[in-house]
Design a protein around this ligand. Structure first.
Ligand SMILES: *Cc1c(COP(=O)(O)O)cnc(C)c1O
Length: 681
């Protein structure tokens, strides 16, 4: 959206008004620009002529579906919100894109080896996701990366050794801390035809691995994880450096070489691994890491190790805000640049030393998984700051209120900064007077109403200004409406509160309509951190999100006693918001704050006729989440039943009431932990 300039002096007011395009009807394109959907969502998400979000799970190639209609259809099937929708075709498309980028780089540089992708299970471990990834990865020999024993168990059970060819198997990269059981399981997996590569992260693991492999008489395939000196960047930047948690230092790697040499097992060492952190926003960091790692690779080969693989770990970033910058929510490179830089760096180092180039491995989790899921939730209600002034001044009004009135009336383009500070000061004085007993509740209410009226009037002036003084920048935030959403941030978008991760958020319908409200989102939990008040923007972040006011349907039979109450005694048409690019890391890190449980999940796949619902995974019931904290639903119900019996005996509750209570209690146990909007009506 273009900022509107107010022309000065030379132009007559009517002419300058014509330049304001505030009278132009809102278009779909305006919504596209406002929410930047083409920047972060291309090619999967767009807006159709009806103002609904369209999802094209296969990118430009396949058909598209209307997200709003999908949600309505699911609600008719009794699948309530909040809801996570997964598109396995997006997963497949992401991994094909990554593969295609590396294939292009390999062709471009005449690189004499191949790329083999590996999916790091920790990024999103859900079975349907792993199965979909492994299935779509078969043509590319996509492998899996395990960082713990449970993940190793998933990997072994999911990869099919029958599919492995002698020279080109799907890889099973064994990372993380390892004990005897982990190592035995991995090594024995080799007997089944799997191709486990045991990456040594600590010297101790080397000795343990060699001992176990001797006992089992299975030759291990080994890798080493190196602590690079190259500094990572962003929030996970300390995955490298001398004090990083994982990996071996160069002296330790030399110890590994010496030890293997003495055992005549240097041919077992085949892989060099590094991981400089997740969401690397700057390509410079990747280039530097590649330069360092390529040198290490070459020298390991020269030292006699049987080097075959270079595993560059994860870090390939996702452009959450679509700004294409090195901002932490973005990245200043594309997937092709990433592949080119990796291929070119290792090629140059190997060519220089006359060493065969390695099979390249990436463990890109975020870049593969982020796009494929959308969180859809509804708005339950809103709280707007009322900026309407109170009824006109009465005689003998308190001085402070008269001051506020005068301030309100004098606000103009010339003095809005000054009047803002006046209004603020008078409001604070009014509160002091109230605290000392000099103002009545009614007077305090009038003072507050006038203060908000001043803020509203000033806001309406400055929203068309090019320049807004710093001290007024918070005004928009102060005046923002609160949108109460049917969601727990802690369960469904934990990184949003834990590390201020930004995700694109926007309405999934009504996009043909101008969003006139400015809001922040408040979730269902009783935690003041359970809110979202940072949103993606072209530069930096913005503190309010443009949203539509709820469409209210009046309910005639409910007559409000006070006109202010009328908006509460009405029901709003559903208003759905989507949070996008949340397929990586969010689900597994979620927690049960206030006992809001797992949400409903729907898996959608595309077929030539349209889409089909592949799986529905119902979210937790209240009974299930209570079980996680060791409550038994039947015991709880029994306790309430005993209380009702006692209540009946003491004549405190009627039989009918007690039956109603027990029925609600029992029904609730089997219900979703989230709210059902406006069920009372
Ligand atoms: C977390 C992790 C990854 C995945 O990183 P992304 O940035 O999500 O691609 C890969 N490898 C290792 C060792 C990791 O710890």
């Amino acid at each position: 959206m273009e900022k509107i300039k107010i022309e000065k002096a030379t132009t007559k007011p009517t002419e300058s008004l014509k330049k304001l395009d505030i009278f132009k009807a809102w278009t779909i394109e305006d919504s596209e620009n406002l929410y930047r959907i083409n920047e972060w969502g291309n090619p999967y998400f767009s807006i159709n002529a009806a103002g609904h979000i369209m999802v094209s799970p296969q990118g430009e190639r396949g058909s598209a579906l209307d997200l709003y209609h999908l949600i309505e259809g699911l609600r008719q099937r009794n699948i309530g919100l909040p809801l996570l929708i997964r598109f396995s075709d997006i997963l497949a498309d992401r991994l094909e894109r990554l593969q295609a980028c590396f294939n292009r780089s390999i062709a471009r540089y005449n690189y004499a080896n191949v790329y083999r992708g590996v999916y790091p299970i920790k990024c999103n471990q859900h079975r349907h996701i792993i199965e979909a990834i492994v299935n779509s990865g078969k043509p590319y020999k996509l492998g899996l990366e395990a960082g713990s024993k449970p993940e190793l168990m998933i990997a072994l059970a999911t990869l099919d050794p029958q599919e492995n060819t002698q020279n080109d198997p799907a890889l099973l990269i064994c990372n993380g801390y390892k004990d005897r059981e982990y190592l035995e399981t991995a090594l024995l997996g080799k007997r089944l035809g799997h191709y486990p590569i045991i990456v040594i992260e600590q010297l101790k693991e080397l000795y343990l691995t060699l001992k176990i492999s001797r006992n089992l008489n299975i030759k291990p395939i080994l890798g080493v994880r190196v602590k690079l000196c190259t500094k990572g960047s962003g929030r996970w930047g300390n995955s490298t450096g001398d004090r990083a948690k994982f990996g071996l230092t160069i002296p330790e790697i030399l110890t590994v070489i010496k030890h293997l040499q003495a055992l005549e097992m240097l041919d077992c060492l085949q892989l060099l691994h590094f991981h400089i952190g997740s969401q690397i926003a700057s390509i410079g960091v990747i280039k530097n890491a590649m330069r360092e790692a390529s040198q290490i690779y070459v020298q390991l080969a020269q030292a006699g190790a049987n080097m075959k693989y270079l595993d560059v770990g994860g870090g390939l970033a996702v452009d959450y805000d679509g700004s294409k910058t090195n901002f932490y929510a973005s990245k200043n490179y594309n997937m092709q640049n990433y592949a080119n830089d990796i291929v070119a760096a290792i090629q140059e180092a190997c060519d220089g030393a006359n060493i065969a180039v390695p099979t390249l491995i990436t463990e890109s989790g975020r870049a593969m998984a982020a796009h494929h899921s959308i969180l859809v939730f509804d708005v339950l209600s809103t709280h707007d700051v009322s900026t309407t002034p109170p009824p006109a001044m009465e005689e003998k009004e308190n001085l402070i209120i008269r001051n506020l009135w005068e301030t309100y009336e004098s606000i103009s383009l010339k003095n809005y900064q000054e009047t803002y500070h006046d209004a603020l000061q008078f409001k604070e004085e009014a509160i002091s007077l109230f605290n000392f007993g000099y103002l009545t509740l009614q007077e305090r209410a009038r003072a507050e109403q006038l203060y908000w009226a001043c803020c509203g009037k000033i806001m309406s002036l400055i929203c068309h200004q090019d320049y807004v003084p710093d001290d007024l920048e918070d005004l928009e935030k102060i005046l923002a409406s609160i949108y109460y959403v049917n969601l727990s941030v802690f369960q469904s978008a934990p990184d949003s509160w834990a590390i201020d991760q930004l995700f694109p958020i926007m309405p999934i319908h009504r996009l043909e309509e101008e969003p006139k409200q400015r809001g922040i989102l408040a979730d269902l939990t009783c935690d003041s951190d359970g809110k979202i008040d940072q949103f993606i923007d072209r530069e930096d972040v913005k503190s309010v999100l443009e949203l539509h006011s709820l469409n209210i349907k009046e309910i005639p039979e409910l007559q409000p006693q006070a006109p202010e109450l009328s908006s509460c005694l009405s029901i709003a048409e559903p208003y759905y918001l989507g949070m996008f690019l949340i397929g990586a890391y969010q689900e597994i890190m979620g927690n049960f704050h206030n006992l809001f449980g797992d949400i409903n999940v729907v898996h959608i796949s595309m077929n030539p006729k349209g889409y089909q619902i592949e799986h529905i995974v119902k979210g937790d019931t209240i009974k299930q989440v209570l079980g996680y904290v060791q409550y038994d639903g039947d015991d709880l119900l029994e306790a309430i039943r005993r209380q009702t019996e006692q209540g009946l005996q003491d004549n405190k509750i009627t039989l009918e009431e007690s039956q109603q209570l027990l029925k609600d209690y029992e029904d609730s146990l089997t219900h979703y932990t989230y709210l059902v909007a406006d069920e009372i009506f």
